[in-house]
Design a protein around this ligand. Structure first.
Ligand code: GLU
Length: 443
């Protein structure tokens, strides 16, 4: 079987971290199984869909490195939906209903008041020709419901949740089309999944009850259903479904210096039995990816965890991946010397200015003045071609007997203007002889 997955956002807003996670799961699963990953733009709602959000969805996926193998738009498939809809109407699986929202709400309340589940009573199914004609003559336009088959339980084996079972009698016949002819999400999605030969639908567990009715739609349209994987939802770090998560998207992560690799590494493993690890490349995440490794408990998205993971990934990023974002003049050796001190790539400029100077030297302790003067003299004379830091400190140690902190710290303070920072052995060749001598002399 060819694996085909799809990510199906509605372009009515920006993607949030939960959407990004769903997209990633679909992409990883397709990659892990030599399959294809499709982007489906769910833009049947013409009023709320906006082109700028379509562009933003593509850009956000590209930022994460998730390039679709194909793209379809629901707004280009209305003819197809019309044809399949007509078949279902002919087969009696879709029927017109005329209730107003107020009438439906009233019936719901009555049922709830009697302690009964608020399932639609199918009154519309019992209308005769004449009654329908009378309603239409009053100017009522029907919306359309899919008639569920009550003869057997709806069952499937969810790749995350295990065996699932729904009693169709406990579900309302879902509305699939509005009175103005516009489509609700459920039926077009099934028609698309059939036509695109989608093999696996991975989405959030908020869709579990949709899956129950969609399974019957696949059957009614004469198609085998895909496999389903419903991941538990993300919660905020405080453990609750958080509003904040709904507003966290790529712009926020980019602005706060999060690398796409960090977000990918976190979202690929969050909620699974595998540890979150600082993978700077996606291959190891693809290799182990399996829906069976996901748990059913809500997965906790913690920004502090993401920040820490980001730092560990920045420490591994190769020069070629960041070169375009580095200050002019920084080469691979400079990047490698400085990156262990960064939590975010954007902090590199700060350390680079320490190399290039001028630095605001920290005033030396009086007892270090002579030591630094001697260091300046030695620095002018050592061999700078291989390991000047060791040459300099070894010579100073021999002469002064200083070691450890007393040897290193006054040098670091004079040379960088700071108490902490990158490994001096890596930094000194970047600072170079001239600036080293100058800074030591000035102290
Ligand atoms: N447009 C739907 C949503 O964003 C797609 C759900 C699905 O994956 O089927 O919720």
């Amino acid at each position: 079987m060819t694996v085909i997955t799809r990510f199906a956002p509605s372009p009515t807003g920006r993607l949030h971290v939960g959407n990004l996670r769903t997209a990633l799961h679909n992409w990883l699963f397709a990659r892990a199984n030599g399959g294809r990953f499709l982007l489906r733009i769910d833009d049947t709602d013409r009023e709320r869909s906006e082109e700028r959000f379509v562009d933003a969805i593509r850009a956000d996926l590209a930022w994460l490195g998730l390039v679709p193998d194909g793209e379809v738009r629901q707004s280009e498939r209305f003819d197809r939906y019309e044809a399949r809809f007509a078949q279902l109407v002919d087969a009696g699986r879709v029927y017109p209903a005329y209730e107003t929202p107020e009438e439906l709400e009233l019936r719901r309340k009555v049922l709830l008041g009697r302690g009964l589940p608020p399932v639609y009573d199918r009154a519309a199914l019992k209308l005769g020709e004449a009654e329908r004609a009378a309603l239409e003559a009053q100017g009522r336009r029907p919306h359309w419901r899919f008639r569920l088959d009550e003869s057997a339980a709806i069952e499937w084996k969810d790749l995350v949740r295990g065996p699932q079972r729904f009693d169709p009698a406990a579900l309302s016949d879902p509305v699939v089309r509005r009175a103005d002819g516009s489509w609700l999400y459920l039926l077009p999605s099934v028609i698309d999944d059939i036509d695109l030969e989608v093999s696996h639908v991975a989405r959030g567990e908020d869709h579990v009850s949709n899956t129950a009715v969609q399974l019957q739609m696949f059957a009614a349209l004469g198609a085998e259903p895909p496999a389903f994987a419903h991941a538990a939802l993300l919660t905020g770090s405080e453990g609750k479904l958080s509003k904040r998560l709904g507003s966290l998207g790529v712009d926020h992560f980019r602005e706060t210096g999060i690398e796409p690799q960090a977000l990918v590494a976190l979202l690929a493993r969050l909620g699974t039995s595998d540890p979150v690890e600082p993978f700077a490349t996606v291959e190891p995440l693809i290799q182990g990816f399996d829906f069976a490794r996901f748990g059913r408990a809500p997965a906790r998205f913690d920004e502090a965890e993401l920040t820490a993971l980001n730092a560990r990934i920045v420490h591994q990023l190769p020069y070629a991946r960041v070169a375009a974002r580095l200050p002019g003049g920084m080469d691979a050796a400079a990047w490698e010397a400085i990156r262990p001190n960064l939590e975010r790539v954007a902090q590199v400029g700060d350390w680079w200015s320490v190399v290039e100077g001028p630095v605001d030297a920290l005033a030396p302790d009086p007892e270090d003045r002579a030591f630094l003067t001697r260091a300046a003299e030695l620095a002018a004379g050592i061999d700078w071609s291989s390991d000047p830091w060791h040459a300099l400190t070894a010579a100073l140690k021999d002469e002064t007997g200083r070691k450890g902190r007393a040897l290193f710290l006054p040098l670091r303070r004079a040379l960088t203007g700071r108490e902490h920072g990158p490994d001096m052995a890596a930094l000194l060749p970047l600072i170079g002889r001239e600036r080293t001598v100058e800074r030591l002399t000035a102290s």
